[in-house]
Design a protein around this ligand. Structure first.
Ligand code: FES
Length: 145
């Protein structure tokens, strides 16, 4: 697929260019988490080694932002959440898959570049926390692409 700027996302992995790694400071601020106006949800990210990272996160933030902010291993997020790298790949827990829903078309295209894609695969930068996702559990794959 050729995009409007001429970049072909369907290049084989060896021909793709990666966005430079960005420091976590490029992420949007989560807001004052002590502010009673900020609505919080629970998010559990299970690292590949089985370690459970149980987080209180602000609604409106993405799973990727919270993973990076909390140094969860295995989420690289090289494009900073622009849906352009597929290095924030996660598996949504089976119990949550229907609630989270399927990827949009652009995300689905990017998932073609992820490692070991499964039916519950999503890019964590495209999952925004909300009341409906309070308690969400996602799993980090063995490696990113
Ligand atoms: Fe790059 Fe999600 S951070 S696709």
């Amino acid at each position: 697929m050729l995009t409007g700027d001429g970049f072909c996302w369907k290049q084989p992995p060896e021909n793709r260019r990666r966005a430079p790694s960005l420091p976590s400071s490029h992420l949007p601020e989560p807001g004052n988490l002590q502010d009673p106006e900020v609505i919080m949800s629970k998010l559990t990210i299970v690292a590949f080694d089985g370690t459970r990272h149980e987080l209180d996160v602000a609604n409106g933030s993405t799973v990727m932002e919270n993973a990076v902010r909390n140094s969860v291993p295995g989420i690289e997020a090289e494009c900073g959440g622009a849906c352009a790298c597929a290095t924030c790949h996660v598996y949504v827990d089976d119990a949550w898959s229907a609630v989270v829903g399927p990827p949009e078309a652009m995300e689905e295209d990017m998932l073609d570049f992820a490692y070991d894609v499964r039916p519950t695969s999503r890019l964590s930068c495209q999952i925004k926390m909300s009341d409906a996702l309070d308690g969400l559990v996602v799993h980090v794959p063995e490696r990113q692409a």
